[in-house]
Design a protein around this ligand. Structure first.
Ligand SMILES: [Zn+2]
Length: 386
């Protein structure tokens, strides 16, 4: 048994309050998944991740990147160490991507054939090859609760013809991913120990074309995955286009399976998509922004919008005794002033990146908790920014 998913409440706008049961625990949805690229959510230790957020519940599920772990320290080493959960001492659910997105981001370092992608490591220039089967084998060795099918990510912008051709390759690779997964899914590092199997999600592509998005969703649903992701978005297109592509895909994807939008976004975006029926999202933004001194906080009197961005390095915070966000109950806002956080950032002290990351992650997790509470109470939709 890989996963079970139950929707307990649904809003008129399609938002769903659900519970996703995975081999390593239960995830309340809609959920935001912090990104732990190289088996670490950068600068934040695991015991903190388990407590982050106003309710102290922490992150329910985190993501790790197959490409990075395959190159360093290597999936075989991680398998010998008992799998990713044990290696990094994270006992809750995890998800791995397929490696495709990173490989396709290596402009000039890759060659695509029907069989797979040849690429050069960004670390040492060494040559590697990823096929759908190889991506599955690597992800099984890592042993996350949820794995992703290997897909081609088309460049943006791309013509309809080019996007359609790329989508065809993604569908062929999805079928090959699924065939390999079905034959090997009992080989996760922990299956023998406590039972259960990994789950595999298909990825809807189709670029910025509504007809292709619908077609892609239809093909993938025929293949019957455990859940479905919507990929290739938030790559520089206008927000209305992202919204439209998500909506067209959701119309086709089954209501009884989890639906995941990859790589989005700002706090107001994750809130909006959750309210229209997306169950899972991930993004490097809260941690990456934090390391650059960019913090998210709720609006104060006289400000507009659900989330305000503040740059902690500004001189106006040098003697500011207030917390980042007076309404935030995170461990950083309870204890530290803006003045101290600005000092850490300006002095390039590592603690600054840690504290900023903890607050930003708490802000994202609390945003989703608020959405979940609203959906459970039967909130109707009120899309921010319309
Ligand atoms: Zn805070």
């Amino acid at each position: 048994m890989g996963l079970s998913f139950e929707v307990s409440a649904e809003s008129s706008g399609g938002g769903r309050r659900g519970v996703l049961q995975l081999p390593h625990g239960v995830v309340q949805t809609p959920v935001f998944m912090p990104v732990g690229t190289a088996a670490t959510v950068k600068t934040v230790q695991q015991e903190t991740l388990e407590e982050i957020g106003a309710d102290g519940a922490g992150a329910g599920i985190i993501l790790a990147n197959t490409y990075h772990l395959y190159l360093r320290p290597g999936h075989e080493l991680i398998q010998r160490m008992g799998g990713l959960h044990r290696f990094m001492s994270w006992r809750r659910p995890m998800l791995t991507d397929s490696g495709g997105f990173q490989v396709f981001s290596l402009a000039g370092l890759r060659k695509v054939t029907d069989d797979g992608v040849e690429f050069r490591s960004h670390l040492d220039g060494s040559k590697h090859f990823f096929s759908p089967e190889h991506s599955m084998a690597v992800q099984i060795a890592l042993g996350a609760d949820i794995m992703m099918a290997f897909d081609e990510c088309v460049e943006t912008p791309a013509s309809w013809e080019r996007t359609s051709q790329s989508m065809g390759l993604t569908h062929a690779w999805a079928a090959r991913s699924k065939a390999y997964f079905d034959a090997h899914k009992h080989e996760a590092p922990w299956t023998a120990e406590f039972g259960g199997t990994q789950s595999l999600f298909g990825i809807v592509q189709g670029g910025m074309y509504a007809d292709l998005r619908r077609e892609s969703a239809e093909r993938l649903v025929e293949m019957d995955f455990d859940g479905y992701a919507i990929g290739g978005l938030a790559v520089g297109e206008p927000r209305e286009v992202t919204r439209e592509m998500i909506a067209r895909s959701l119309e086709i994807l089954p209501r009884d399976k989890p639906r995941y939008v990859m790589g989005v976004g700002y706090p107001d975006e994750i809130e909006e998509y959750a309210r229209t029926g997306v169950d899972m999202m991930d993004c490097v933004l809260p941690t990456r922004a934090a390391r650059h001194g960019l913090l998210f906080r709720s609006a104060e009197a006289g400000e507009t919008g659900p989330a305000v961005r503040m740059n902690i390095k500004r001189v106006e915070y040098a003697e500011d005794r207030r917390p980042i966000d007076a309404t935030c109950a995170c461990m950083v806002c309870k204890r530290y002033t803006r003045a101290y956080l600005r000092h850490l950032f300006v002095a390039k002290e590592p603690l600054g990146a840690t504290l900023n990351s903890i607050h930003n992650l708490a802000f994202y997790l609390d945003t989703m908790r608020r959405v979940r509470d609203g959906l459970a109470k039967g909130d109707s939709v009120n899309p921010p920014g319309g």
